[in-house]
Design a protein around this ligand. Sequence first.
Ligand SMILES: [Zn+2]
Ligand SMILES: [Zn+2]
Length: 326
Amino acid sequence: MRAMLLTRAGAPLEAVDMAMPQPGRGELLLRVRACAVCRTDLHIVDGELPGLRPPRIPGHEIVCEAVAAGPGVEMPKAARLGVPWLGWTCGECEHCRAGRENLCDSARFTGWQVDGGFAEYVVANHRYCLPIPDCFSDAEAAPLLCAGLIGYRALAATGVAGRLGLFGFGAAAHIVTQLARHEGREVHAFVRPGDRAAASFARGLGCVWAGPSDQPGPVPLDAAILFAPVGALVPTALASVRKGGRVVCAGIHMSDIPAFPYALLWGERSLCSVANLTRRDGQEFMALAGRVPLRTSVEVLPLESANEALARLRGGAVQGALVLVP
Ligand SMILES: [Zn+2]
Ligand SMILES: [Zn+2]
């Protein structure tokens, strides 16, 4: 099969022809129909996440169809399945037993510890595959599987905050804005200074205000979510929320957070992160995505353009999500 392979951190992905993966016990062999490109793929390719053991096929927002089942699994009836970031959990550690498998000590993540979807085929444990609502095309559904899911978990972490700020307006923010609007929340978008296209994209999705992240917004916020991997935005976001407000960091990696005066945290403001997803998040969010219904903005590229897609994501020149199709 064709695949875009990471042979060592920091190097471009290589277009290779490799043997088809074989499904083991509990696994499905799936034909990839579309795979979105996430900022986490960029962190993996750049070697910013520990424990990467190349060679590895990145990609963890995979829309696919089952073509074979390994021992102990029946062929699924659903025409399409989604393979998300959470690829396997132990079920036994304290986090798994407490219903927080997103924090599992031995979790395996798609495209990081196991091969992902920048390929024609992928193998995945059937218990972690998610349903894909019929109303989405393959490419439209792909960004729901991480950008959407992490956004959903981050939004939940803001509680009932009615006035929400989003720092970094990429794939996740464009989905969260729609979810928040659906729930009747007011959304403010803080974009990269000078990125007028992102600001107008945000306003087009229903944000009441969109402006540069280096300037204060028009009103104090109840909560803010940081999607941009920029630690310097943490004190900025804390300064943007009112007393009792919460700042949620949604990325897996961020540059160092600079020192800031305690006064920014004082007043019962809180700062937290969200990590990964649980299968329950996945089931709930995919059902909700079809019900709202969310509309994802996607640009489709051939699988072999994976390096170009990563470069564009790095440069920030993307509205919505980039999706690779084999
Ligand atoms: Zn566990
Ligand atoms: Zn992701």
